[in-house]
Design a protein around this ligand. Structure first.
Ligand code: ADP
Ligand code: MG
Length: 430
């Protein structure tokens, strides 16, 4: 039987905790898959930063990437490997570069998603440029911020159009606060967005390939308390809506790993922030959910490497827009979008593959998360983040949350089943 080794590369920054889990569980599992006539094994290594000739090949089948959104050298190496060497990477780097919060709002509004009412306002100040004065004198129109507040409706939020990490986000209860926030916004291009006031649930839905996890979020807590351990906080249909929403966004933009924040009010989930390709997956913030992230990441990486899943180099929005044009209630459209998403993300093939081949990975993970090696990985991350006198307590606390999640089988759960009934909008059908 021909022996084949598939290579998984980890493209990392200060990740520390999850790569140790990923590497050690993969090694422990001793995966050796019988695929057709081949016996397929997996090697994993960390990708280094160095000069590269454009015409050299790439040794990896799959790269799990954490750098594209901030490190040009790595992003451009990844683009080269996709274009020239058939690399599969999560996430699509062109899409990460060009679809920020603003354009993700626009696209999902076009599909009918209940994103709160949002306006973009011209910058307060600009970087000096040779043509700037002429352009502004000729074309910039005076506007009344008070009217914008009325149009959007207060309370509202002012936030950067391409924001992240809560930087530059201000809550506005009054017109005076809106004016002050604009004064402070300087050279940032801003949105004013209606607040989902009085929401009764804040959910984060994270997708890794076709797998989704829902987490109840509490933005008022310090970092380690925001991802709560709450379970069963919404109905089965609500879970399905959020899973469908998350997969629609991810497949639309070519993001394998992304998270969607949504606020529920009067039974409707309003997505407010969903251009987060490669979201936080460090144990010190997601703790209880960390085993799920690691497990799902491993399964998707192995599936993509084993099957040599082809990278979709270009995005194709048209099948989604074709459904948007139909005379259907939004929920039916969303089912149609999610059906395309699950097809693109090979949800059925993945589920079958995982059931047939990935049990050794699950067994190795279940043992690893209860082991001293897990505690060591957690401690390394915590020591990197916390003052020395807090390391022991916080590490032990996170380890307990991790062990409990694994004992409860939380790392193996997937939110939102693929609906079996035929719904509008199979890919290609207009
Ligand atoms: N429309 C909104 N309604 C209610 N809360 C909001 C709204 N927009 C933002 N927020 C609050 O502000 C936080 C940061 O905004 P968000 O859009 O998520 O920006 P970032 O991309 O910086 O995370 C959110 O987590 C939420 O708590
Ligand atoms: Mg956010």
């Amino acid at each position: 039987m021909p022996q084949i080794t598939r290579h998984i590369g980890l493209s990392l920054g200060a990740d520390i905790c999850w790569p140790l889990a990923f590497e050690q569980i993969l090694a422990d599992s001793k995966l050796d898959l019988k695929l057709g006539k081949d016996s397929v094994q997996f090697a994993c290594e960390r990708v280094t930063l160095e000069p590269f000739p454009l015409a050299a090949g790439c040794k990896y089948d799959v790269v799990v990437d954490r750098l594209t959104h901030w490190l040009a050298l790595r992003r451009e190496w990844i683009k080269k490997c996709i274009l020239m060497d058939g690399l599969y990477v999560y996430n699509n780097p062109w899409s990460v570069q060009s679809y920020e919060k603003h354009s993700s709002y626009c696209a999902m509004l076009a599909l009918g998603m209940p994103v709160p009412k949002t306006m973009m306002v011209p910058q307060k100040n600009y970087e000096p440029k040779p043509d700037l004065d002429f352009t502004l004198k000729t074309y910039a129109r005076l506007f009344d911020l008070g009217k914008i507040g009325e149009q959007v409706g207060l309370p509202a939020f002012m936030k950067p159009y391409d924001g992240g990490g809560w930087q530059g986000v201000t809550k506005l209860d009054t017109e005076a606060e809106l004016r002050q926030a604009y004064e402070n916004s300087e050279k940032w291009l801003m949105h004013v967005q209606q607040a989902v006031a009085g929401f009764d649930l804040f959910v984060r839905a994270v997708g890794i390939g076709p797998q989704v996890r829902l987490m109840k979020y509490d933005a008022s807590q310090p970092l380690h308390g925001r991802y709560t351990t709450a379970r069963d906080f919404c109905s089965a249909e609500e879970e399905q809506v959020m899973a469908d929403t998350c997969l629609t966004i991810n497949a639309f933009f070519g993001w394998d790993f992304n998270s969607c924040e949504a606020l529920r009010k009067d039974g409707v989930f309003h997505p407010i922030d969903f251009a987060n390709p490669c979201p936080d997956n460090q144990v010190n913030s997601i703790h209880h959910h960390w085993p799920w992230y690691v497990m799902s990441n491993l399964k998707w990486a192995v599936f993509c490497a084993a099957t040599r899943r082809p990278m979709r180099k270009t995005l194709d929005f048209e099948p989604f827009y074709a459904i948007a044009k139909q005379e259907l209630p939004y929920r039916e459209k969303l089912k149609g979008y999610a059906r395309i998403a699950r097809e693109r993300l090979q949800a059925d093939a993945f589920t079958e593959f995982a059931a047939k081949h990935l049990r050794p990975l699950e067994e190795a993970a279940t043992k690893w998360f209860q082991s001293e090696r897990c505690m060591e990985a957690i401690t390394k991350k915590v020591a990197h983040m916390y003052p020395a006198h807090e390391v022991k307590d916080f590490s032990a606390r996170f380890f307990e949350l991790v062990k409990q999640a694994v004992a409860d089988g939380e790392h193996l759960k997937v939110a939102g089943a693929a609906p079996k009934a035929a719904v509008a909008g199979k890919e290609g059908k207009k």
